[in-house]
Write a protein that binds this ligand. Structure first.
Ligand code: PLP
Length: 413
């Protein structure tokens, strides 16, 4: 694949040397959710830059970080949560793991702090998160996996064998079985992507599944941690992906990509008011330490600019655009090399016949649009495109995308 020589940008469009432009059909690495060159983000960074660029939370009162935490919690409908900021999604997951272990140890007297993940999951690229998650392509060698690994099958047919039937809410029973076999006193949390991101290509769980996961965990004093690094902040059409279903609010939620929106690295760990007080309990272990840059004022400023952008979206028009995109994507099912399409809002996986991914990517680029490739579930591994345009795309932008992609598919045949 060629690299584009980008000389400018505007919203979802990259302007290349030579006068061509290319549409960002995947929001960069599924993060540039409010497009490029945002004046709102620039203004926030500029204002903070001239106030001060580094304070250190223990030295300077972190006004801007507190403003961000408050704004973020309200934006995702969790106004009473406590927040820890980090520099990226991976560190957000690491902090969430440590907090879950601390909380369940002091609250429920857990003996071990096992974290259960699914066979089709990605939670970051640190040694711990790679060892925990199920992403085949990125798993460490067995001898380097810290004795860890995914613990339950993801509720999607390519990864979960059923005698002749598809997945449904009862697949959460696999989690109950796993907790019971380890002993609930040894399990701190279930860590799960409520809608699968790039590993399998936007698989959506069966109705009732996430609610059943929450019930199974509650019955066993195990916390539910939702990794919404990729899906959070309207990627799937709602503030959190879990908002598509009733009764599955997590104890802890991790946000990242859509918050920094490609302008800054950031992670945010939101902890519910029911469990946050345990972090400060006199018998609790020390907090997982914040890194030097975890609460950087310019990072917080950029994120506030992103929230300014998100909150100025006309949500009725946004929802209609997401529906238009979804209908167009789902109509591709069975067309040429397309084997399956799934997704929600502004996030779709278009699975292709093996061997067709790179020809389709090339044909799409020749038509002025690029996507994010996935290789993930099943045996042999499935492959396809993640289609995830910026959330600020206009009607014309979406029309362009949903015309260019079928053209590219037809060219490959
Ligand atoms: C679901 C999920 N969790 C965690 C991460 C890690 O985030 P980061 O790359 O910012 O460290 C990613 C990144 O792709 C992700 O998709």
């Amino acid at each position: 694949m060629p690299d584009f020589e980008v000389v400018g940008s505007q919203g979802p469009w990259l302007h290349c040397a030579g006068g061509t432009r290319i549409f960002d059909g995947s929001s960069g690495l599924l993060c540039a959710n409010v497009g490029q060159s945002s004046p709102k983000v620039r203004d926030r960074i500029e204002e903070q830059f001239f106030r001060y660029s580094f304070g250190g939370a223990a030295v300077v009162r972190p006004h801007i970080q507190l403003e961000l935490m408050d704004r973020l919690c309200r934006a995702v409908g969790r106004p009473d949560d406590s927040v820890a900021l980090t520099t990226c999604g991976t560190l957000g997951v690491e902090v969430a793991v440590s907090l879950a272990r601390n909380i369940t140890r002091v609250r429920h007297g857990k003996r071990r702090g096992d974290i259960l993940t699914s066979t089709l999951s990605y939670h970051g690229n640190s040694a711990l998160t790679l060892a925990l998650a199920g992403n085949h392509a990125r798993r460490p060698r067995p001898e380097d996996a810290l004795g860890l690994g995914p613990a339950f099958p993801a509720p999607y047919p390519p990864t979960h064998a059923h005698e002749g039937r598809g997945c449904d809410a009862s697949c959460a029973g696999e989690i109950a079985k796993e907790i019971d076999s380890r002993g609930a006193e040894n399990v701190a949390a279930v860590l799960i992507e409520p809608v699968n991101g790039s590993t399998g290509g936007a698989f959506v769980p069966p109705d009732g599944y996430l609610q059943r996961v929450s019930e199974v965990c509650r019955e066993r004093d195990v916390l539910v941690v939702h990794d919404e690094v990729l899906t959070g902040l309207w990627r799937t059409g709602t503030p959190l992906a879990s908002h598509h279903w009733e009764g599955c609010e997590p104890d802890v939620v991790i946000l990242s990509k859509g918050l920094g929106a490609g302008y800054t690295g950031v992670g945010a760990v939101l902890v519910s008011p029911e469990i946050a007080p345990w972090i400060r309990h006199e018998d609790a272990d020390p907090l997982p330490a914040m890194g030097t840059m975890a609460t950087h004022p310019l990072m917080a400023a950029a994120c506030l600019g992103v929230l300014d952008e998100l909150e100025s979206i006309d949500f009725a028009a946004f929802t209609a655009r997401g529906e238009r995109l979804g209908e167009a994507m789902k109509s591709l099912n069975g067309v040429g090399p397309v084997r399956d399409v799934r997704g929600l809002g502004f996030l779709y996986g278009v699975e292709l016949t093996p061997g067709q991914l790179w020809p389709v990517m090339k044909a799409a680029e020749e038509r002025g649009v690029f996507f994010y490739p996935f290789t993930g579930a099943g045996e042999p591994k499935s492959e396809g495109l993640v289609v995830a345009p910026p959330l600020t795309s206009t009607d014309d932008d979406i029309e362009f995308l949903i015309t260019a992609l079928p053209d590219a598919l037809a060219a490959v045949g």
